[in-house]
Write a protein that binds this ligand. Sequence first.
Ligand SMILES: Nc1ncnc2c1ncn2[C@@H]1O[C@H](COP(=O)(O)OP(=O)(O)OP(=O)(O)O)[C@@H](O)[C@H]1O
Ligand SMILES: [Mg+2]
Length: 405
Amino acid sequence: MGVLDAFDKEQKEAALNATLVVFMADEAGRQQVIQALRQLNISDAYVAVGTINDLIDHLGKMERSPERLIVDISGLDKPLDALDQLADACDPSVTVYTVGEKNDVTLYRLLLQAGITDYRYKPLTVDALRLWLDDRDGYSVRQARSGKIIAVAGARGGVGATSVAGQLARELSAGGALRKVVFIDMDVFGGAGTTLMGMQSNHAMPEVLDSVANLDAQFLARVLTTTDDRMYTLGFNNAFDQPFQPEPGAVAAMLTALSQQFHYLVVDLPHAGGMVANEVYSRANFACLVSDTSVHAGRVLASLIGHVRGYGHDTVVHVVLNAVRPPVKAQVDPREFTKAVGHPVTVAIPYDGKFPALAEDLGEGMAKESQMAKAVARLARTLTGEVVDDDAGKGWIRRLFKRAA
Ligand SMILES: Nc1ncnc2c1ncn2[C@@H]1O[C@H](COP(=O)(O)OP(=O)(O)OP(=O)(O)O)[C@@H](O)[C@H]1O
Ligand SMILES: [Mg+2]
């Protein structure tokens, strides 16, 4: 049996659980890769001919996520757009390499900014493959991708933090057909979050915290709650005499592990301060701080912004103004509020009548005409990078694969 025949036989086994998946544009490219992998003694690979769309289809069939992908972008009109779809289709932890026909510095730079680990023009040599596949600890891990962690906290109780967090999770999930989003309710005694997401509250948090080293897709599917394999919830349901005392660092470690499995993690914080909130801030890419326009909330918010920023991680703060009651005094102009707290307001949500309460009781997303739904949709697009100041349009570059924004 020839080298290629033997390889083809292995392919049947590797197709659904290989750690390396390669999609080349043509048979010649495929055979070059097979020969190179042989020379490198790598057998745990699946090598096929196909486009990025074929690769996305294939990923949907795989039993577990591969660790690395190599995809040929030759001949694609809009490689960044196609890769954008691929981003949503594979777990954030997957390392992606690209090959193509062009020796083009601009394309190379855009791909790297977009979170692609490397780009080579063809033919893909043994040396190039060795560099990609051997030096995992140095080169690739440094560039590891991860999902975005979004902390949501209120400047005071009852300002709508949970409503904003829930709707935000829904918007993020709706924004990409293959995106995986987890809504994490940090209320130890079972907050309103899971009801609002239309799911049964679960008590998965203790188990997840105990299993941080082994959080794979199967485990998460078992302990978290999901109705569609895209939106998941994770929470507590402690009895009132059962306080939550995690080991220092446990919550941060859990978020890091989950960020390898989900594209977006929306963390609803019942308290804006304390150890749990601080560990969440220490890992958060974004903190959405929800406030009303009261003098008290304004004061708390000003110091909370400083606190979140001081946590060492490059957390981007978004101030969300929300009116949970009809205005009793003249509406405060967001610009005035901005001046008072010393930070711009990303979105201002007006009093929205029955919509938020209905959404919570029914466990459904907010109606389209809801003001909160519209404002939170804008917030979601700001976080994903789809709403931008320049005219570059929606881009992978500002999205998922970039580490901290
Ligand atoms: N813009 C709005 N218009 C009308 N009602 C709102 C608005 N935002 C939130 N609400 C309602 O206000 C109530 C409090 O909202 P929510 O539970 O989201 O606040 P919270 O900040 O999470 O509160 P807690 O401090 O208890 O966690 C809910 O009944 C919600 O439906
Ligand atoms: Mg809440």
